[in-house]
Design a protein around this ligand. Structure first.
Ligand SMILES: Cc1ncc(COP(=O)(O)O)c(C=O)c1O
Length: 499
């Protein structure tokens, strides 16, 4: 069965259509023709890009083309892009799907701008990605932040609780929309079906940052994906876990509360007029792969991952985040394709183990935090790739492990920053750069964060607390690179006083 029954037409074999790749096929057909290009791109099928052509191959160059009649136009899709988007919509159980060529970032901005007018109230988890914070500035929405559940044992935050969402909705009856991150970067999922029900009862639109959940509807475990849960709009990074090329994402909508016309209009404001065909056609290919083979592949992988978790934990001081723990402690569900490994038991920070894995064993993890490292398992993984990680972890414990468990009170921020100004107002105020040591009490015009995961310690409009400064130093000391908007070391941009 194709995921999301709602829009699947009654046909003898709905998978038949999902075998098609209209955009990819049209692009390959064009690239194989004997065409003399007098249109852009000016590299003219790679004529002056020999080193790149040598590595990527002639076809990759010939497929990097601009819009034309037979290849359709992303901003006004009529033929092959339209068909490819319709297939994606069916595969994900949405009324409409839109191809994105600037990642989920652009989808988040578009969803927020299509739903919120300036001054509309938007509920947002405080551990949302920076693109959400930027969407708040662009849309002019008034954010009300919801604190996520904090996990002191693993030193990370999980999803916001249903009770917290419910309470915040009751406290803010003027709410226009609610944004949910689902799943979180670390793979936790709240009861989105219940959240959608509560929100819709109050006529609140639910938009979802599904950056890390493109695969959810194609898992054998029947994990609830945002469209099935009843979300009004979701953007998924197909390039993160859906198998397409980096930067390609999908925006999906159920149009009961969100007019398709408005989404297209906002996307046309935000996206390039020269959408990359390699990226778009990779969405067509990855969608087909997920629908046709996703369940089988994830079923096989699950057994491999379960065995790997046993091997990582057996006789070691590592601990892996698991569904039962997340359910018991936080009443949330868990996506097992995120391998969150608590490593502070061997006396090292996540950042140290992350570096050792890369430098000594050639293993590139997705990210690290004070106590954990995190790896993303995708349909492209194999027993061999996962075994390599397991082997490296065991070697690291043997060769570099220390006797004491490493604990720090700075690993997780659990203080709520005071929001003094609307982020959009802060953005337009006069600003200055000052030493971070002198910034306590000032209103930030900056976004401090480490990337990944890109979750800000402070955002424009929030008061800088002692805790923020302490966290800044913690990340500088352990991770080494806190991103700020100012170029001067250990400085932060703040709102000018009395300006
Ligand atoms: C939770 C979350 N949302 C949104 C994004 C943005 O996605 P993209 O990189 O596809 O623009 C990211 C990227 O890391 C993310 O982690």
């Amino acid at each position: 069965m194709i995921h999301g029954v709602k829009n699947v037409p009654v046909k003898s074999n709905p998978l038949e259509d999902q075998g098609k790749m209209p955009l990819f096929e049209a692009l390959v057909h064009y690239a194989k023709q004997d065409v003399t290009p007098f249109d852009v791109p000016g590299h003219k099928m790679g004529a002056q890009l020999d080193p790149l052509k040598e590595v990527l191959g002639d076809m990759a160059m010939r497929m990097d083309v601009n819009s034309m009649k037979e290849l359709d136009l992303l901003s006004h899709p009529q033929t092959v892009i339209k068909e490819a988007q319709e297939l994606a919509a069916k595969a994900f159980g949405a009324d409409h799907a839109y191809f994105l060529v600037n990642g989920t970032t652009i989808g988040i901005l578009a969803m927020m701008m299509a739903v919120c007018k300036p001054e509309d109230t938007l509920l947002v988890p405080r551990n949302a990605h920076k693109s959400v914070m930027e969407g708040i500035v662009l849309s002019g929405a008034r954010p009300v932040f919801i604190q996520p559940e904090i996990d002191y044992h693993f030193g990370i935050s999980h999803n916001v609780s249903v009770a917290n969402v419910k309470r915040t909705l009751e406290e803010h009856p003027e709410t226009k929309a609610l944004l949910v991150t689902y799943p979180t970067y670390f793979g936790t999922m709240n009861d989105l079906t219940e959240i959608c029900r509560i929100a819709h009862e109050k006529n609140v639109t639910v938009i979802v940052d599904g950056a890390h959940g493109a695969h959810l509807g194609f898992m054998p475990d029947e994990m609830t994906d945002p469209m099935s849960a009843g979300a009004d709009a979701v953007t998924v990074s197909m390039h993160k876990t859906g198998g397409s090329l980096t930067q390609s994402s999908l925006l999906l909508i159920n149009q009961d509360r969100i007019p398709a016309k408005m989404i297209q209009k906002v996307l046309n404001m935000l996206q390039t007029t020269s959408a990359n065909y390699l990226l778009m056609s990779s969405l067509d290919v990855a969608r087909r792969e997920l629908v046709l083979h996703g369940k089988q592949r994830y079923r096989e992988l699950k057994t491999v991952v379960e065995e790997a978790i046993k091997a990582i934990e057996s006789g070691s001081r590592y601990e892996v985040l698991k569904a039962d723990y997340v359910k018991d402690q936080f009443h949330q569900s868990y996506d097992w394709t995120k391998l969150v490994i608590r490593v502070n038991g061997i006396g090292l920070t996540g950042f140290e183990v992350y570096r050792l894995l890369k430098e000594k064993y050639g293993v590139q993890m997705e990210l690290a935090e004070g106590y954990v490292i995190m790896g993303v398992i995708s349909g492209s993984d194999t027993k061999e790739s996962i075994d390599r990680l397991v082997f490296a972890l065991r070697e690291i414990e043997k060769s570099f492990g220390k006797n004491d468990v490493l604990m720090s009170t700075q690993v997780i921020a659990d203080q709520v920053n005071e929001l003094v100004l609307c982020p959009r107002d802060a953005f337009y105020r006069e600003q200055e750069s000052i030493a971070i040591e002198d910034a306590v009490g000032r209103i930030s015009a900056d976004t401090l964060m480490i990337y990944p995961p890109g979750i800000p310690l402070v955002i424009p409009g929030e008061r800088i607390s002692e805790d923020v400064v302490r966290q800044y130093h913690y990340y500088e000391d352990t991770f080494g690179n806190v991103l700020t908007e100012t170029k001067e070391a250990n400085h932060i941009t703040v709102i000018k006083e009395n300006a």
